[in-house]
Design a binder for this molecule. Structure first.
Ligand SMILES: CC(C)(COP(=O)(O)OP(=O)(O)OC[C@H]1O[C@@H](n2cnc3c(N)ncnc32)[C@H](O)[C@@H]1OP(=O)(O)O)[C@@H](O)C(=O)NCCC(=O)NCCS
Length: 403
C-alpha cells in the first residue's frame, strides 16, 4: 500500500475497532511519514476501488527460551469495515501478510487479538497471558529480606525517549516472549505521551550511563484526583533488566506520596512482587487476558532456535495447512530439535497443528493441557510429560509490550 494511503488505513482501522482506549490519540490527521509506519508492511483490501480493510506489522525480534532473538513480524492494525465483513477480506489480508512474512525470512509472527475466535484458523496459538497487578499501597510492606534496589531518578518523559529505547534493547536475555521495539513503535508511543501532556512520568534505574530499567506512569484521572483513598497511578511500561532494577523501580512506585493504588499493566502471572511483600494480598491480579498469540512461520528454524530442558526425547508431527513447508516430523531433545527425513521418520509420539505448536512453543501453555483439550494427539501419553519437561521455562513467558 502506498504511503499516501496511510491516513485512510488509520480511519478504516479505527472504524473497524469502534473504540479502543488510546487509539483515538492517533488521529488520521497526524503525520503519517515513515516515523510511524514501516515501508512495505501495510496491506489493504479494496472493493470497487475503496479501501475497506487493513493489516499492518512491525519488524521486531522475539526472545525465545534460552535467550536467542528471532526475526519477528509483529502484526497490528487488522480491521475490516463493518459494511464489508464476512466475505473473506480478512482471510485474503492474512494470507498476503503470511506469505510476505515468510518471504522476508521471519521465523515467527505474533499479535494481540481483539476477539479470541479470529486468528487460530491462520495458525496463531495463545502463547502468553498477562494481567494488571494492582497494589493497595497501605497494605504493601516490603519484607526485610526484599532486595533494596539501586538509585532511581525522574527524567523528562519526552527527552528521555532514546535512553528508554537503549535500555530496552540492551535487556539481558532473561525473559522468553519479550519482543524488540522498533523505532516506529517508540514514535507512536511518544506521540501518545506528547498528547497526554505533562501527566506522564518516567523514572529510570541505575547510575547515569549504566541505566538498566525504567517505569513510565501516569495518574488515572477517570476518578476525581481529590477523592482521597481512590487515587491510582497506572504504570503502563515497566522494564527491568536486573532484579535490582525491578526492586528499585517498584520501591519508587510503591513509595509515592498521595497515591493509594498502583496498577502495573502487563505483568506475568508468576510476578514475584506478592512474594516480596509481607501481605501478598496487597497485590491483586486484575484483567487477566490473552497476551501473545504466536504463529510459527518457519517451524524448523523456530524449533532449532530455542533450548530444551528436560531429559528424554519426543517425536512430534506438525501439520500446517497454510504453510505446507512446515508440515513434517521433528525430533526434540535437550540436544536441540531437527526435522526427520520423511522416509526414516519413526511414528510420531505427538501430533499437533501449527497453532497448537505456537501455543506451547514459549512454555506458557503445556502439552498436557492441549492434549486434555483434544488439540494434541498423543500416541504415547508418557510423551506428554516428556514434552512438557523439555519445553518448560524457568519463569512464565510474557511479552510486556503492547503494539
Ligand atoms: C475481525 C475482522 C477483521 C474479520 O474480518 P472478515 O473480513 O469479516 O473476516 P473473513 O470474512 O475473512 O472471515 C474468515 C472466517 O473467520 C470468521 N470470523 C471472522 N471474524 C470473526 C469473529 N470476530 N468472531 C468469530 N469468527 C470470525 C468468519 O466467520 C469466517 O469463518 P468461515 O471461513 O468459517 O466462514 C473484522 O470483523 C473486524 O474488523 N472486526 C473489528 C476489528 C477487529 O476486531 N480487528 C482485529 C484486531 S486484532
Amino acid at each position: 500500500m502506498k504511503p499516501a494511503q496511510r491516513p485512510a488505513a488509520v480511519r478504516v482501522f479505527q472504524t473497524a475497532l469502534v473504540a479502543l482506549p488510546d487509539l483515538d490519540v492517533f488521529t488520521p490527521e497526524d503525520p503519517h511519514g515513515d516515523a510511524y509506519f514501516e515501508e512495505g508492511r501495510l496491506f489493504g483490501a479494496y472493493v470497487g476501488g475503496q479501501l475497506v480493510g487493513t493489516a499492518d506489522s512491525l519488524a521486531s525480534w522475539l526472545a525465545v527460551p534460552g535467550g536467542r532473538r528471532v526475526p519477528h513480524t509483529a502484526v497490528t492494525a487488522v480491521g475490516v469495515l463493518p459494511t464489508h465483513t464476512r466475505r473473506g477480506l480478512l482471510t485474503a489480508l492474512m494470507r498476503a501478510q503470511l506469505d510476505d512474512a515468510v518471504a522476508r525470512g521471519d521465523v515467527v509472527a505474533s499479535l494481540r487479538a481483539s476477539e479470541t475466535m479470529i486468528y487460530e484458523r491462520f495458525g496463531y496459538g495463545l502463547a502468553t497471558q498477562a494481567g494488571s497487578a494492582v497494589v493497595t499501597k497501605a497494605r504493601a510492606r516490603w519484607r526485610p529480606t526484599a532486595p533494596p534496589g539501586g538509585p532511581v531518578r525522574l527524567v523528562d518523559p519526552v527527552e528521555s525517549w532514546d535512553l528508554l529505547a537503549r535500555i530496552h534493547e540492551a535487556l539481558p536475555a532473561h525473559q522468553p516472549g519479550a519482543m524488540g521495539r522498533p523505532a516506529t513503535w517508540w514514535n507512536q508511543k511518544l506521540l501518545r505521551t506528547r498528547k497526554r501532556g505533562g501527566l506522564t512520568y518516567v523514572v529510570v534505574h541505575g547510575e547515569e550511563g549504566a541505566e538498566d530499567g525504567f517505569a513510565r506512569y501516569y495518574p488515572d484521572l477517570s476518578v476525581d484526583w481529590r477523592d482521597e483513598g481512590r487515587r491510582t497511578i497506572v504504570v503502563n511500561d515497566l522494564v527491568a533488566g536486573t532484579p535490582a532494577a525491578r526492586a528499585g523501580l517498584l520501591r519508587h512506585l510503591l513509595g509515592l506520596d498521595l497515591v493509594d493504588r498502583v496498577a502495573i499493566d502487563d505483568r506475568p502471572l508468576d510476578d514475584p512482587l506478592p512474594a516480596a511483600l509481607t501481605d501478598h494480598r496487597a497485590v491483586q491480579f486484575r484483567e487477566i487476558e490473552d497476551e501473545t498469540w504466536l504463529r510459527l512461520l518457519d517451524v524448523p528454524a523456530a524449533l532449532a532456535a530455542r533450548t530444551y530442558r528436560g531429559p528424554g526425547r519426543v517425536v512430534v508431527e506438525v501439520v500446517d495447512d497454510l504453510v505446507p513447508a512446515n508440515s513434517g516430523v521433528y525430533e526434540v531433545s535437550q540436544d536441540g530439535a531437527a526435522r526427520l527425513a520423511a522416509a526414516s521418520a519413526p511414528a510420531a509420539d505427538l501430533r499437533v497443528d501449527v497453532a497448537g505448536l505456537g501455543a506451547v512453543y514459549l512454555g506458557g501453555t503445556r502439552w498436557w493441557q492441549l492434549a486434555a483439550a483434544g488439540r494434541v494427539e498423543a500416541r504415547d501419553p508418557a510423551a506428554l510429560a516428556t514434552a512438557d519437561a523439555l519445553f518448560a521455562t524457568a519463569s512464565l513467558p510474557y511479552c510486556g509490550t503492547r503494539f
